[in-house]
Design a protein around this ligand. Structure first.
Ligand code: DGT
Ligand code: ZN
Length: 570
């Protein structure tokens, strides 16, 4: 149990209390305690052992006792009881955008709704619209959101799937039973969402590997389908396929199982053109096997450049590989600094100083702070005085942490008319700005496109934030002509954000190559609201790689001076 886990449990208690309809002050006490604990920046064990915990502002005796219990035993009885007092499925309703704990509580108590399926029925019966604080519009939005969730049922976000795979891989590696092992399929291609997990194993004793897997607490079901494959169901509903390769066939099996089918089909066609045969067991010329020990060997034997898994999608990359036109893709290590993070000045949970220290610890050389602007009152947007205070604090931190650099930024709300929400005299104070849409999502496509393009014409706008507003598996993108937006970004010299939040991953990789060819630059931004959020950078790098981007295409691979120069080209 570390500080972050304790913080998320305190926040969950706050939500449970709100759902139950308890006195709002009780929920607030837990949210406040969570924030205080997070921003203390201290180790939970030290806080408990030294008795400092109870001295933190907002953490009284009884809360300190509960947190101590949590730290010592890994459990908190109060939480367990609270959780047991509500139907399990109720919390899933919080995944519906726009449904906070208070609203979930109202629906539950007034209508006896306990699951998303119940809620859908209640909406269809027009029962939700009549609840206090709801109305026809809200009901329609809830229904629409449920339909989006149904559409994506059975799909998982990349990080959730990756975490599950990693635990299985660790287990198998530790067993000493396998000699080679890799994830395959959509996960290896770093797709933003996947429908199942594919793992390829090379081993002597398949039965022993299956027994080892069966003992993994993550696995709920495991069945051998054939000699080559076992199917599993993991906790959280993940489906997994465990594939077995024969000695000597591993790279061919990995290539086949990584897909995509289009990529693999194009490879087979190219092999055929050369009078060769490629299948999941080998590569043959005149019925003789061509020996390959790795995927690299196979591409080489076909006379083409290696295609990284992230690029194996449409099949057209095979032509590029034949022509030797596979770019040197950006890597995590190329990133020098972090842009677009939120702090406790707006809706982030960590202090600026904690964010700075975390970035230094991770080897970055600069951090661009961008809290919400004033229109985003729901997210603690900064009023003019807050900005002044924040800038003074940044000056102080810049002195203290030299040569690390903290840049003064802001995430501007793009208003419905395409303007941004500070006057020019204020915009002048910032080193950079991220302009994003956070409201009025439902405009007609033409108006929305115009709105965003107008915002980009403002010479103080440096980066266009999450250009489509989608939330993967939860909310569709707003209607916008992205091609027009990208052309305008190229024209105006506005940098396109690749937002690394695993729900966003926006700009989508499918548009990156085109944007790059039109002359756009990109910023890979974590949009972090807490310290671990900064590590979401890895997901954005996946997107950049899938979008054929090199380090040169991404502005935050530059040193801070290089970055400022590229941003000043506006
Ligand atoms: P997913 O699971 O929907 O997220 O996407 P994938 O790409 O992981 O697809 P999956 O799990 O059905 O199959 C894993 C890989 O196996 C796939 O990427 C390529 C290969 N594969 C499966 N079925 C076929 C097929 O009918 N033809 C070919 N060429 N490859 C296949
Ligand atoms: Zn798959």
């Amino acid at each position: 149990m570390d500080r972050h886990e304790a913080v998320s449990l305190l926040n969950e208690i706050g939500m449970l209390l709100e759902i139950k309809g308890e006195n709002p002050f009780m929920a607030k006490a837990y949210y406040d305690a969570a924030r205080v604990l997070e921003s203390s920046g201290q180790d939970l064990g030290e806080l408990v052992e030294s008795g400092e915990l109870g001295k933190l502002k907002g953490i009284g005796k009884s809360l300190a006792r509960k947190i101590t219990e949590l730290y010592r035993t890994g459990q908190m009885e109060y939480y367990n009881e609270l959780k047991a007092s509500l139907p399990e499925e109720l919390l899933e309703m919080l995944r519906i955008p726009g449904l906070g704990p208070r609203k979930v509580g109202t629906i539950h108590r007034a209508l006896g709704v306990t699951s998303i399926a119940d809620l859908k029925k209640a909406c269809l019966e027009n029962a939700v619209a009549n609840l206090p604080g709801f109305g026809e519009k809200t009901q329609a939005r809830i229904l629409e959101a449920i339909k989006v969730m149904e559409k994506y049922a059975g799909q998982h976000l990349f990080p959730d799937a990756m975490r599950a795979v990693e635990r299985i891989k660790e287990d198998l590696e530790a067993s000493g039973l396998v000699s080679r092992l890799s994830e395959a399929g959509s996960l290896r291609r770093r797709r933003e969402t996947v429908s199942d997990i594919d793992i390829l194993v090379l081993c002597r004793d398949r039965q022993a590997v299956l027994e080892c897997l069966a003992n993994n607490p993550l696995l709920e079901k495991l069945e051998a389908e054939s000699r080559e494959e076992a199917k599993a169901v993991l906790a959280g509903g993940f489906k997994a396929s465990i594939h077995f390769a024969e000695e000597g066939e591993y790279p061919y099996a990995l290539l086949y199982l990584t897909g995509s089918q289009e990529h693999y089909g194009a490879l087979c066609a190219e092999a055929a053109r050369q009078g060769k045969l490629l299948d999941r067991h080998g590569l043959y010329k005149n019925s003789e096997a061509v020996a390959c020990y790795s995927e690299e060997d196979i591409y080489r034997a076909l006379g083409m450049a290696y295609v990284p898994p992230e690029l194996r999608e449409t099949g057209r990359e095979v032509d590029a590989a034949r022509r030797g036109e596979i770019p040197r893709l950006i890597k995590a290590g190329d990133i020098k600094g972090v842009l677009h993070v939120h702090t406790s000045f707006s809706d982030g949970t960590a202090s600026m100083e904690d964010m700075v220290r975390y970035c230094i610890q991770k080897g970055y050389t600069y951090l661009g702070i961008s809290d919400h602007s004033q229109t985003a009152y729901y997210a603690g947007g900064l009023l003019i005085d807050d900005i002044k205070r924040q800038h003074e604090e940044i000056d102080r931190l810049n002195e203290k942490y030299k040569p690390f650099r903290i840049l003064k930024g802001i995430e501007l709300d793009i208003l419905p008319d395409g303007s941004v929400d500070y006057p020019e005299e204020v915009l002048e104070w910032f080193d950079f700005t991220v302009a994003s849409i956070h409201s009025s999502f439902r405009m007609e496509e033409d108006r929305m496109t115009r709105r965003v393009i107008d915002a980009m014409k403002n010479r103080y706008v440096t980066i266009l934030g999450h250009p489509t507003g989608r939330l993967l598996l939860r909310r569709e993108a707003y209607r916008i002509n992205l091609e027009e937006v990208i052309k305008a970004a190229a024209r105006e010299g506005v940098i396109l954000e690749i937002n690394c939040n695993p729900y966003r991953l926006d700009l989508d990789w499918r548009y990156c190559k085109m944007a790059r060819e039109l002359g756009c630059s990109f910023a890979v931004c974590p949009d972090a609201h807490d310290l671990p959020g900064i590590d979401d950078m890895a997901y954005g790098i996946n997107v950049a790689r899938k979008g054929w981007l090199t380090a040169e295409d991404v502005v935050n691979t530059c040193s801070v001076d290089g970055l400022m120069a590229r941003m000043r080209r506006r």
